[in-house]
Design a protein around this ligand. Structure first.
Ligand SMILES: Cc1ncc(COP(=O)(O)O)c(C=O)c1O
Length: 351
């Protein structure tokens, strides 16, 4: 482990002079903005005729109060997918460096890397869906700049064991990204409280899941201020639009509604899991700390096609390592879950 995580950032990115707008360079109070070629008339009266301020300070302060992390440790972007893309861009030279992923896991880490010409190393999770610490450390080289962990993991739904993640944070010589897209559905607190202890830790979270705002595209990376400063330097200047910021600020004011929503999903998840376990042809429902269930069927392909014909789309994960026969089912509304259960109970040929 290093005390200085910028060791894992590309030297040319560290040296890069970022785009700077006139408003970045001006820190007084201005009344007249004639610098950015906007339409000052606001002809449609929508009040979004001005670019947002690229620092998104008000939003970061609201997230800071909510998550108890200092604003200089927070990056905000167009979904956590943007943070994934920028982290790879910041740390990996195309054609030379690599990232490491632990399948079965979220597919975008590998896709974003390949788009950038960055190699992807894979070390499959153990049978109980945990990181194989020894194999990961053995397989990593000086070129392995980022290790992507996902906890709760998509599509398996489990939390990665604390002591294994800690061992990786201490021993992996690169950035360790813990993707906590589903952490609010879990019983564990996640890694934000340990951020200051591990300078190479980056935690990803999102407004798309527990907060229920997938449509506004807002994700966050939390990390060492020097790493976050690099992400801010290389992002598009106006990566979040004003409408997103406005809806996010409103959402954070209604925490009771958010917490109630999470409790309902967790309750439905457990109800759905119990009912699925009683359905013939269901071989295994893996325990989940997320808002979905990984379910192993005797004939997953037949179930998938049967549901699809009746307008119910689930995710076929059966070709991923350790997911033979598995479909991933998102917890829906109580009515949607009942409909799914009814269809599965009526299906005659799942075995
Ligand atoms: C583990 C994981 N990370 C990140 C994302 C993407 O999140 P966002 O909507 O913030 O881009 C997803 C979406 O399904 C996910 O499953």
């Amino acid at each position: 482990m290093t005390r200085n995580p910028t060791e894992y950032i590309r030297a040319d990115i560290l040296a890069l002079e970022p785009y700077s707008s006139a408003r970045d360079e001006f820190d007084g109070e201005a009344a007249v903005f004639l610098d950015a070629n906007e339409n000052a008339l606001d002809p449609l009266g929508k009040q979004v005729h001005r670019y947002p301020h690229p620092g998104y300070q008000e939003l970061k302060e609201a997230i800071s109060r909510w998550r108890n992390v200092a604003p200089e440790r927070i990056f905000v972007g167009n979904g956590s997918d943007e943070a994934i893309d920028l982290l790879i861009r910041a740390a990996c030279f195309p054609g030379r460096d690599e990232i490491m992923v632990l399948p079965p896991t979220y597919g975008m880490y590998a896709v974003q890397a390949r788009i950038q010409g960055v190699h992807v190393q894979s070390v499959v999770l153990t049978e109980d869906f945990q990181p194989d610490v020894g194999a990961i450390l053995d397989a990593s080289t000086d070129a392995t700049r980022i290790l992507f962990l996902c906890s709760p993991n998509n599509p398996t739904g489990n939390i990665l064991a604390l002591e294994r993640v800690e061992a990786l944070l201490r021993q992996f010589r690169g950035l360790v990204v813990v993707d906590e897209a589903y952490i609010d559905f879990a019983e564990e607190p996640g890694w934000l409280p340990r951020l200051e202890e591990f300078p190479n830790l980056v935690v990803l979270q999102t407004f798309s899941k527990a907060i229920g705002l997938a449509g506004i595209r807002l994700g966050m990376a939390f990390g060492h201020p020097d790493v976050i400063a690099v992400l801010n330097k290389i992002k598009f200047p106006y990566n979040l639009n004003r409408l997103t910021v406005q809806v996010a600020l409103e959402a954070l004011e209604d925490r009771t509604a958010l917490e109630d929503g999470i409790r309902q999903i967790v309750h439905e998840r457990e109800r759905l899991a119990t009912a699925l376990r009683r359905i013939p042809g269901v071989e295994q429902v893996f325990p989940s700390q997320a808002n979905f269930l990984l379910v192993q069927f005797a004939d997953a392909e037949a179930v998938f096609r049967y549901l699809q014909r009746r307008g119910v789309i689930v995710r076929d994960r059966s070709r991923l390592p350790r997911c033979h026969g598995c479909l991933r089912i998102t917890v829906g509304t109580p009515e949607e879950n009942d409909y799914l259960l009814t269809l599965l109970q009526e299906m005659k040929h799942v075995t």
